[in-house]
Design a protein around this ligand. Sequence first.
Ligand code: DCP
Ligand code: MG
Length: 437
Amino acid sequence: MSTIPPWEWVVHVDLDSFYAAAEQLDKPTLRGKPVIVGGVGGRGVVATASYEARRYGVRSAMSTERARSLCPEGVFLPPRFTRYKQLSREVMAVLGEHARNLEPLSMDEAFLDLESGRGLPAAEAAGGDPVEVGRSIRRAVKERTGLNISVGVGKSKAVAKLASDQAKPDGLLVVLPEREEAFLEDLPVERLWGVGPVSGEKLTRVGIRTVGELARSDEAALVALLGAAAGRLLRQLANGKDPRKVESGRDTKSVSQETTFEADRSDRAGLERVLGQQATRVAERLQKSGLAGRTISVKLRYGDFRNLSRSLTFPGATDDPAEIVSAARRLLEEVDLSPGVRLLGVGVSGLGEVVQGVLPLYPVLEIEQEEESQEPSTHLAPDDLQQGVEVVHEVYGTGWVERVYDRWVDVRFETAESGPGPVKSFDRSMARFRARH
Ligand code: DCP
Ligand code: MG
């Protein structure tokens, strides 16, 4: 039995090497192997690497070219956002059973306010004990998705986030208030949530390397170095004082604007103008409410009521009309308007307050696509058979493209449920495969 007081805790969870773990889940042959997910083309960037690949020094945001030279035996795969989104939804559902107040930061990461879990069966079964809740979340995520999630618990968001980072991979760490100072003391200052590479470097230049040193530094000097908002906030965080509450953003999830046309339209220039006006209005509304968002989406309904949405996630939150307009335009560029558009709209989600001077967490853009309507399954063209793509064969069932060379394609027939499976080679131009997702 633990003697830790229940309920008043902040929990931070983060899936381990998310995209790579999802690939290893669906492709059992890759389990235990170095897997790198990202842009596989000439100028591609690594989105993430499995822990096996990290041993070779491969990291997020590194060029794929460099990753290939560090880890030639690695398996390089393009991302499958639709699948990651589906897994993310399952994980968020588990989290929602442990707390009502849940703040997702990205597809694989969230804060939970344990207090808000009172009355929920899973949280009550754990008695609100942070160790038991952490175990319960980890067990349920593993059972329901097959993924490993690391959990950190503390009295504040900053400490909870540092704790989950420290617990990685596949761990749980609860930082008790009396152990907080010792826990923070020697951590490198870049690990603190909100310290990006630039602030990190500035701090190092003035001799502040650890969170402990930051905590004892002179506030006026820090403000001069990093600006008022960031300087004060970071010093507070280093002292274990985090004013930020877990905010589910339940009240406002997104700000959007849409228009239904009287007759279907396919005039690109005209639709672009409409989109520009909508995006500007959305930006104005964000600014009025003091909000900013990371994800810009364009939504479309064709004359035959097929829906389509495209979204793009920025490294940091924005409320800038020019940025929102240009992102929306970029998304529309890739959309076929010829069937005739009945409804067009722009939305901004992933909302939060703008924190000035604090650098974005992710240096890389994620582009996601979602086709909402069910399209009849058709055969994949030879060019669609790229490495990592999931395919279904009439006779052999579900598998994934392991290798493409000359006229040939090697498909490994296995799924998360089947365990490791055999590989078969096909002539690309003759093979008949359907897409899985
Ligand atoms: N991601 C990305 N580009 C980055 C960083 C991350 O596309 N520069 C994507 C891929 C990651 C996912 O976001 O799988 C989650 O990011 P994390 O920072 O949580 O990294 P991982 O989950 O991959 O690894 P871990 O959390 O174990 O360190
Ligand atoms: Mg993660």
